[in-house]
Design a protein around this ligand. Structure first.
Ligand code: NAD
Ligand code: MG
Length: 395
């Protein structure tokens, strides 16, 4: 008998995207066979999930945690691997769908390794496209893998574009909630704490993307993600602040028609779309009650208070190595902010200064994943070296 049960692997199974994916599998009666699951350090959670879902393979990035994972899964029949190589192996385990849910540039090599013929990649890890968009999309074409955008805005764009010629999409607008500081005066932004910044008004997500949403860097990274996913010039992409987060993106076509993608702000909805594509999943999805909501608000983003979006757009327009530096410096800046070493306003300032510093090095555009990772390393070194100046400014 032919096994028709679809199979799935989840890279970043212990994070927010991982939780949403595995919750959706539970909620829909475990119709998928789970193949590989990965985590960064949390071997205990990974082992528990691997047993619950009967995974074939579990990999933890942290070398030290590998032995713990091995002990915890001893006798289970689940193969175990560790380190960077272990993650690449996990990404290559045979599976119909791979969910790329690792955060940051660390997700690039595993997501890239997952590209294979007949493979669907449900991509949440936007940083992979920010760091190596051209290389990544060339590999998608070469392998015939299908990328299904999981980021809610891009998922909405993907759905809105279906059935229309790609060239007819005149303008693609991504919405942003505006984050917790949408109405905070500029002077007060300097004093906001990590705790306040981690309180996202509409979405529940990992720490890094939550801070990126507060600075609007997330929307900048998403513009770059959209540029590669949909192969559009930067001038056709823009951002609209929409605090209710129920309209995720809007595509305007050459005939004047506009198609908006809407749903409750719950990642399980775009996930359900990716997992069932080109069909539609039947499940008890949270339903958006527009009469109860009453009004939808939209406003232009304030680039004076949220300069990260301007800096990201400039990096997108500059192209080459700039988006890689943008992302690397941002990862360093967000970590420093979360550790209380720099203030909120210094995040964008450090990223901008890192980009200016990197420009002097005349870095070449990445042509391989290794090139992108080498530039990422340079970006981190530049931002780390500049960090003390920004820490001083914040205090
Ligand atoms: P998270 O921090 O909650 O989870 C990250 C996952 O990646 C965890 O499983 C963690 O163990 C793993 N990980 C972290 N660093 C790693 C490393 N160095 N090596 C290997 N594994 C590592 O993050 P998240 O909120 O789930 O976001 C994941 C990605 O999805 C990000 O790129 C984010 O921008 C994107 N995304 C998330 C959401 C959301 O709702 N959370 C929505 C849209 C897009
Ligand atoms: Mg998003």
């Amino acid at each position: 008998m032919v096994n028709t049960q679809p199979s799935i692997s989840v890279l970043g199974a212990t994070g927010s995207i991982g939780d949403s994916t595995l919750d959706l599998l539970r909620a829909t009666g475990n119709k998928f066979e789970v193949r590989a699951l990965t985590a960064n350090r949390d071997a205990a959670k990974l082992a528990k999930l691997a047993r619950e879902f009967g995974a074939r393979f579990a990999a933890v990035a942290d070398d030290g945690e590998y032995f713990r994972l091995k002990d915890m899964l001893a006798g289970s029949g689940i193969a175990v691997a560790g380190g960077r190589q272990g993650l690449l192996e996990a990404a290559q385990v045979e599976a119909d769908t791979v969910v790329a849910g690792i955060t940051g540039a660390a997700g690039l090599a595993p997501a890239f390794a997952a590209l294979a013929p007949n493979r669907r990649l449900a991509l949440a890890n936007k940083e992979a496209l920010v760091c190596a968009g051209d290389v990544f999309m060339a590999r998608v074409r070469e392998t015939g893998a299908k990328i299904l955008p999981l980021d809610s805005e891009h998922n909405a764009v993907f759905q809105a574009l279906a059935g229309s010629p790609a060239k007819s999409a005149e303008r693609i607008t991504l919405t942003a909630s505006g984050g917790p500081f949408r109405k905070t005066p500029r002077e007060e932004l300097a004093r906001v704490t990590p705790e306040q910044a981690l309180k996202h008004p509409t979405w529940s997500m990992g720490a890094k993307i939550t801070i990126d949403s507060a600075t609007l860097m997330n929307k900048g990274l998403e513009l770059i993600e959209a540029r590669h996913l949909f192969s559009v010039e930067p001038s056709r992409l823009d951002v609209l602040v929409h605090p209710q987060s129920v309209v995720h993106a809007i595509v305007r076509f050459t005939d004047g028609s506009m198609i908006a993608g809407m749903s409750m702000p719950d990642m399980k909805i775009p996930l359900a779309h990716c997992l069932a594509w080109p069909g539609r999943m039947e499940w008890k999805a949270p339903v958006l009650d527009l009469a109860q909501l009453g009004t939808l608000e939209f406003e232009a983003p304030d680039l004076k208070r949220f300069p990260a979006l301007r800096v990201a757009r400039e990096a997108m327009e500059a192209g080459g190595a700039a988006p890689v530096i943008l992302n690397a410096a941002n990862e360093i800046a967000v970590e420093a902010f979360l550790e209380g070493r720099i203030g909120f306003c210094e995040i964008a300032a450090l990223v901008e200064a890192s980009l200016a510093r990197a420009e002097k090095e005349s870095l070449k555009e990445p042509r391989t994943v290794n090139d992108a990772l080498a530039i990422d390393h340079i970006g981190r070194s530049i931002a780390s070296a500049l960090l003390p100046q920004f820490a001083a400014k914040a205090s």
